[in-house]
Design a protein around this ligand. Sequence first.
Ligand SMILES: C[S@@+](CC[C@H](N)C(=O)[O-])C[C@H]1O[C@@H](n2cnc3c(N)ncnc32)[C@H](O)[C@@H]1O
Length: 263
Amino acid sequence: MQQLLVDAVLALFAFSAFIALFFFVLTRGTLLVRALSSRSGGEASHVYPIYSNMRLIKLIDYQFIISAILLFQYHRLVRKIVSGLGQLDLENKTVLITSCAFGNVIPEIVKAALQAGAARILVTDIIKNELIHAEDKLGDVGGKVEFIEEDATAMRLEDGAVDVNIVFFLLHELPHHLKQPTLHEASRLLAPGGKLFLAEFHRPDSRVLRMFSWAYFKVFEPYGLALWDTHDPLDYLLSMDGWSGERYTCFNGNFQVISATRS
Ligand SMILES: C[S@@+](CC[C@H](N)C(=O)[O-])C[C@H]1O[C@@H](n2cnc3c(N)ncnc32)[C@H](O)[C@@H]1O
């Protein structure tokens, strides 16, 4: 019996180590190798292989896995954005999703935007495979959406082109020097009165969670920690003229959804 318990603990440890190594290799590990090699990869060099390789995208994009990565708060965050959209009159309005994300966030947002009367829905991403995958997930509704290859830090859309912009867990993956240009672009694209919904990690309230979260970012997501302080997105938006906004946090402050309006 005791031996069985030891075996079970060892098996669990080996499995966890394998999962951690798998994600490390496909995220931070690749960035480290890229930094050491001479191939820069251009403006998408910070994008992990799990977002660019179609096989990996399909291997990982399961709702349970994605929810687990966000400590099972994924639905709560999506619900917050969807209910925000539900309160808007989007008749003849344009909704933009800046960069794709795993899970059902895109289908849920598209459904809510259509229900609220949106005339145009745009989904952009720097990686073509992500756009193809997002379109697949939308099924028939995909026909009502425009998929555009765009770099969130330098969008080709015109000033004030959209009425709502949704940025879901993009900032923590961007090197620090790209975070503010992304927010600046998000601001530039919004028409007066337009609304930005931004979901991200946030500094946890409890010391224990902060410790675990800190270790997670140090190992897997080196660009995420700055959102806790030096690159707080709400601080940056409010520092620009004509912005008001509020922050909703959940899971002991570990996640945030910012709803901000450009006057
Ligand atoms: C928004 S994050 C989603 C991460 C999150 N963990 C999830 O899936 O729920 C990843 C997406 O951002 C995209 N991306 C990264 N850098 C970008 C950039 N500069 N412009 C547009 N999209 C970008 C990646 O291609 C990928 O599709």
